[in-house]
Ligand binder design. Sequence first.
Ligand code: GDP
Ligand code: MG
Length: 299
Amino acid sequence: GNQNCGKTTLFNQLTGSNQHVGNFPGVTVDRKDGAIKGHPDTLVTDLPGIYSMSPYSSEEIVTRNFVLNEHPRGIINIVDATNIERNLYLTTQILELGKPVVIALNMVDAMKKNGASIDTKKLGERLGCKVVETVALHGTGVKEAANLAAKEAGAAGNIPAACFEADIESAITEMTKLLPESVKAELRRWTAIKVLERDTNVIAKISLTEEMKAKAEEITAGVEKSRDDDIESIITNERYNYIARILDGILVRPKAKMTISDKIDRIVTNRILGLPIFLLVMWGVYYLSISTVGTMGTD
Ligand code: GDP
Ligand code: MG
């Protein structure tokens, strides 16, 4: 999940003191591994907090390579419920990796305190994965999330369904056809999206021929031209639109906190009291200026 969504808290709840701290090779990014309490045959890794799967920071590269190369049998995606849109951005990318995913919708205590709520069941149905509400801070739901992850572990992950506008989906389909056979079924959509985004790491890894590279660039350039935008903004917008559709009708947003100014406004602009208050204030100002203070000034 993202930074500060409760990953380490949840990891600590799961593993207790069965932890091993190290580093990812070549980068100064902490790596924590541990077995789930009472299940010595399990291995859980606390990955760095990231906001996207792009290869721009060492945290992003570490996390992405971990999922692609170390073959985790399942992923617990920890989502901060108080900041759900931004957190689900990463989720849309994690779901593309074709692994079994369980979402721990964390910080639901804080969400409820803000007066917000979300239909967890519908969220899971729309995303196509299990969602468990957790309060990692108190250990609530943590076992359930781990049990579900263990149950799903190793199962075939969902091959992610189309979630973008038709023109982008057809570009992805076209791109998928260019990919070599060696790209596994569950990773074909993800790889095609990355190639569409001109991700050089991915392009290098799947060793496209020069001819295929030219064709891929043609597809990307075509989309950019017809949308009159750069591919990264296009895909980012598509992801946020998809998230908006996912959350439509199932998210009750937090009640906006009323500031003192809001509270005053509510009284002085009240339909019934507004005018009398206005007259009273004007009368007060007038009264002060012709008697008391006014008289003093004149004298
Ligand atoms: P990480 O950056 O994802 O590893 O996040 P941490 O586990 O370090 O947690 C960030 C902060 O959120 C800490 O202060 C935790 O105590 C707090 N936190 C974690 N889980 C919850 C939760 O379920 N509810 C609340 N209210 N706070 C939480
Ligand atoms: Mg942490």
